[in-house]
Design a protein around this ligand. Sequence first.
Ligand code: GLN
Length: 486
Amino acid sequence: MELLEKTAVEQHKALVNKEVSAVELTKASIERIEKLDKTLGAFNSVTCDMALETAKKVDEKISKGETIPMLAGIPTALKDNMNAIGTKTTCSSKILENFVSPYDATITTKLKENLVPILGKTNLDEFAMGSSNENSAFKIVRNPYNLNKVPGGSSGGSAASVSSSEVTLSLGSDTGGSIRLPASFCGIYGFKPTYGRVSRYGLVAFASSLDQIGPFGKCVEDITYLYEAIAGHDTKDSTSLDMEVGNISGNLKKDIKGLKIGVIKELMTEGVADDVKASVENAVKTYEKMGAVIKEISLPLLKHSIGVYYIVATAEASSNLARFDGVRYGYRAQNCENLLEMYCKSRAEGFGPEVKRRIMLGTYALSSGYYDAYYKKAQQLRRLIADDFVKAFKEVDIMVSPTCPTTAFDLNSKANNPLEMYLTDIATISSNLVGAPALSMPIGFDKEKMPIGLQIIAKNLDEATLLQSAYALEQELNVYNSRPEL
Ligand code: GLN
């Protein structure tokens, strides 16, 4: 197998055994990006010098016989809404097109401490708002499995870059499914930790009560190591949890006999594509064979999650995005007569249509006279959805469902129908509303050879069980290694 197609764990071994140097690995990654990315569109910017500098440090350590961290030298990309000093952080928006980060996000600092070469910043839906990556102000991202299909969004570039082996690992952000959906569509692993596990200092905020950063990779071990590298308390993020992350990678191989698994009833009914349903059923049967106990579980309020989300998320976005006013950051409209005109024109010219739609929806939901009817009601329902989760987790250890009712759809097929686009997130949104950790893993392919993802959700803070159960299933199904030729 080609070196770049290997997992991070395998590449680590190759580095330590001196089969390849970190500089060679980084150069190979840069070459592959140069070769593929004109077509894929996964990267907004490539940071060769920064990556090579880090790779050199790794090689120095290896040549001195020093031990290196697990992810040292492994080619990695950041979603372009995460700050890394001296790089452009555009959020795929015109309003930040020329914004250069004056500081590092905490995840960036942690990656640097682990000597992880950062290869560049990946394309996304503008300000992480979208499910197909078609809302980027710069360019679309194509799905590596079929270039006429979407990669999923909003972290489409992060998913496509790993799926196509341009890089081995990447980070995304997940507010309503933006890690899990593209992971599912691109046939890789994507993991949203419990709300508060990973510091968001230096992540450009979309909806602060929902946003969480998490890893993409080619196997469960890889996403676990990357999670461990970035998780933990951070005084710079007031929502960061001051709790032990624990040794999850060391306990991945735990036997799952007796594990209680709930299949979410509401996500296995109408609207789920036949191939997707069959693959999920096969995964559930595989679990049963391994000794897990399967149960149907109901989340009766799940049907309201999209409605709740599009009020809470847009309300928070409308206030988070108020800072982009042409004064402090980014784009400023020219030839304005006065301050108000400058605000209005800068925002009108700088933001794309989906972002404007969200700002207007959110401002409306928060406005006096409507606040109780929309925002307050949404928060109440959010509480009740959380109660449903608590009830369900009294009966089971993890819950499973399709990550999305369908596989990746054709480019342009939903771009003009926001409501239909919003519905793709039906399975993923509720974990954000309640803060629960959840992941998507590849479990098969449909008739068109497009990847199918299984979503696994665990109790808040129980990343250990989540990743153990994904690991156990991965060993049985071994889907990633049987993927069709790209
Ligand atoms: N697709 C959802 C949205 O458009 C989720 C986005 C996300 O998780 N960042 O808001």
